[in-house]
Design a protein around this ligand. Structure first.
Ligand code: AMP
Length: 690
């Protein structure tokens, strides 16, 4: 807990105890018939103590308010109002009352999303030579059974025991702790510290631990205050059936990754049977969230952009690791989280050499994700990479980090970057029977000693009849230690008891039923299941955080109004440029239309506005959409270009204007670069006041 907050909570508890003791003293003096001056002195002391208590309570309130959600909520409201009013997004099916967790992107939102996805393609697929794929959303059950989603893709849910309303168990605990910490000034320093710890390890709690905490804190149904059930798992996948018979169960995919894994064999071949390589996919994912909330952050259908980078498990070096090793940014290793510390700026290369990040390839992607997000306009001071806590990470994973972005809702996981080892390919190999493996050809053949187990099927068949297959499989599945122990036992005693799991009992194996030996063999290649490193991007979450990081307000010229601005970098801006004639006049309109044509011809999205509204109002409208440049036609030979944030203007000839805008929106030049090449235009002729 923050030191100041802890001290104030302790001081407040001590002062309150002193007030209570003094109140008792006053009462005793009064009932004991003490002299008047003594009573008056005691009452005065009580008053002073009460004033001091109030003063400490006020200070504590101020410290909490500095970190509380009140001001953040007001900021969020301003952002969300602008986003909804300008149709960045719209609650889906609104005319029918809407559906929780489903949103449409409106015109500017769709453009922002397209721009983010185009940059993702450029930054990852093109610059890293990835193989793009596009797989169906409807997925047969067998695929998601193999991946573990049918059995384990769950969140812990609790039900109102009387009304049956469902809640996410961890959300109730989180909300309770946050509210207590923000509003309950009587909370002891110890309890406050405990609740902060609960918040830090929330993702790590088991069903039993969550249930115990809900009980301990007396948490009830938020809407009715009825008791809650124990937490139990709820599968988040939307089930469907494929075809009319109803016999072929399927699910809407909860992630795009499985489409890549099941195609591994063909993709590996396409890549010339060489590792490493990465496949990438952008597509819709579906999760039947228990309680969707926080607008675009937790929805039931969303766009995922995923990369599966396949790599040799014995060599996770990355050839371009050097490009990112010197980057420094906020990292939050698990030890720091468990110790209740804050994220710290670390050098990525040092984090790898100290073993904090498991391997170079994982670190390479962490670095590339950092560059991707900051280039989009995410504030690097509000971006951190948090390592998964031990229970949060799947048992097979080697290491996982989430890129978390801070917004008015707190720190939000926007990208998961996980080294999933060989789990996925092994799981699909086992279920499909198709080996999803890679080969490393040796330049020189290598001599190796190999264990050879040869079940004698004729003998086994005579003894075990219909169960022979299971005994054979169990014998062949023995590892080296088990096999050598059996060999020794068979040689000394002639028979041995052998547990066959699939039969659920042990059987007697005799010497004639199996031969076990070690043979020297020449190997020409190594066969292995590749590991996979998976960066998985929740595009909607990134976009929402970007909206918040880019939003600010500034006073109108006459200071009587606050104007909203989205300072999107040109790369992200939904519309790159607006074109306005300064006044309504046929000649200027013709020039504006001619400029609009040249902009369209070179692919610059723009908005032409020939209404007679004041120029200041027109600027304000486009600032609210985050349009970075505005061309104002105030002559038939040259025009002005105004930059949104500085409001600086330059004068450019009509023939050049489209190419200048292209230069600054494509990122070939910055506004600072072009500003020096053209005369500055004083804004006195173009009045921005509205
Ligand atoms: P996961 O497979 O759970 O690690 O999710 C991958 C990414 O998808 C996360 O990092 C989030 O950015 C995003 N995501 C997960 N669930 C949701 C949701 N319900 N709504 C929006 N984005 C989500």
């Amino acid at each position: 807990m923050d030191g100041a907050e802890e001290t104030l909570r302790r001081d407040l508890a001590n002062k309150q105890a002193a007030v209570d003791a003094q109140a008792v003293a006053v009462r005793d003096l009064k009932t004991g018939g003490a002299p008047k001056p003594d009573i008056e002195a005691a009452v005065e002391a009580l008053k002073v103590l009460k004033i001091e208590t109030e003063s400490i309570a006020g200070k504590l309130q101020a410290v909490i308010a500095g970190t509380s959600s009140g001001s953040r909520e007001a900021f969020r409201q301003a952002v969300v109002n602008t986003l909804e009013r300008r149709l960045f997004y719209i609650p889906s099916f609104r005319i029918y009352g809407g559906v929780a967790g489903l949103y449409d992107y409106g015109p500017p939102g769709t453009d922002v999303k397209m721009n983010v996805l185009a940059f993702w393609r450029q930054h990852f697929v093109i610059e890293e030579n990835m193989l793009a794929v596009d797989c169906p959303c409807v997925t047969p059950e067998v695929v998601l059974k193999a991946s573990g989603h049918v059995d384990k893709f769950t969140d812990l849910m609790v039900k109102d025991e009387k009304t049956g309303t469902c809640y996410r168990a961890d959300h109730l605990l989180k909300d309770f702790c946050k509210e207590k910490l923000e509003k309950d000034l009587t909370l002891s320093a110890e309890k406050a510290s405990e609740m902060k710890h609960v918040l830090a390890v929330l993702d790590d709690l088991s069903a039993e631990e969550l249930g115990a905490k809900l009980k301990e804190y007396g948490i009830t149904s938020p809407d009715t205050k009825n008791p809650l059930s124990e937490p139990y798992p709820f599968n988040l996948m939307f089930q469907t059936s494929i075809g009319p018979s109803g016999l072929s169960p399927g699910y809407m995919r909860p992630e795009t990754a499985q489409g890549i894994f099941v195609n591994f064999k063909d993709l590996y071949y396409y890549n010339g049977n060489k590792l490493p390589f990465a496949a990438a996919q952008i597509g819709q994912a579906f999760r039947n969230e228990i309680s969707p909330r926080q607008g675009l952050l937790r929805v039931r259908e969303f766009t995922l952009a995923e990369i599966e980078h396949f790599v040799d498990p014995d060599d996770k070096c990355h050839p371009k690791y050097g490009d990112v090793a010197n980057l420094e940014f906020l990292m939050f290793p698990r030890e720091e989280q468990l110790a209740g510390k804050q994220a710290n700026k670390l050098c990525l290369g040092e984090a790898v050499s100290k073993g904090t990040v498991n391997n170079q390839t994982l670190a390479y992607f962490i670095g590339r994700v950092y560059l991707f997000l900051t280039h989009l306009g995410i504030d690097k001071e509000r971006l951190r990479f948090r390592q998964h806590l031990p229970n949060e990470m799947a048992h097979y994973a080697a290491d996982c980090w989430d890129a978390e972005i801070e917004c008015s809702y707190g720190w939000i996981e926007c990208v998961g970057i996980a080294d999933r080892s060989a789990y996925d390919l092994r799981a699909h190999t086992e279920k499909s029977g198709i080996p999803l493996i890679a080969h490393e050809k040796f330049s020189e053949p290598r001599e190796v000693e190999k264990l050879v187990i040869t079940p004698v099927k004729k003998e086994l068949g005579l003894t075990f009849k219909g169960k022979q297959k299971m005994v054979v499989e169990a014998l062949e599945a023995m590892n080296e230690v088990e096999a050598m122990e059996m060999k020794a036992a068979l040689e000394s005693k002639g028979e041995v008891e052998f547990q066959v799991c699939t039969l659920g009992k042990s059987v007697t194996i005799t010497k004639s039923m199996v031969s076990i030996s070690k043979e020297k063999k020449k190997e020409y290649q190594r066969v292995f299941t590749p590991s996979v490193i998976e960066p998985s991007f929740g595009i909607g979450r990134i976009i929402y955080c970007l909206f918040e990081h880019c939003f600010y307000t500034r006073a109108s010229k006459d200071g009587d109004e606050q104007l909203n601005v989205f300072q999107f970098p040109p790369l992200v801006a939904p519309i790159k440029c607006s074109v306005f004639p300064l006044v309504q006049n046929h000649e200027y309109e013709q020039v504006a239309k001619q400029i609009s044509k040249s902009l369209a011809a070179i692919g610059i999205s723009h908005k032409i506005d020939i209404t007679g509204t004041s120029i200041g109002k027109r600027y304000a409208r486009t600032d609210e959409l985050g349009v970075p440049f505005a061309i104002t036609v105030d002559s038939t030979t040259s025009v002005t270009i105004r930059e949104r944030d500085s409001k600086d203007q330059i004068r450019v000839s009509i023939d050049e204007v489209a190419s200048v805008v292209k230069e600054v929106t494509d990122g070939q030049s910055t506004w600072g670069d072009v500003k020096w090449r053209y005369p500055t235009h004083s804004s006195t002729s173009i009045v921005e006041s509205i």
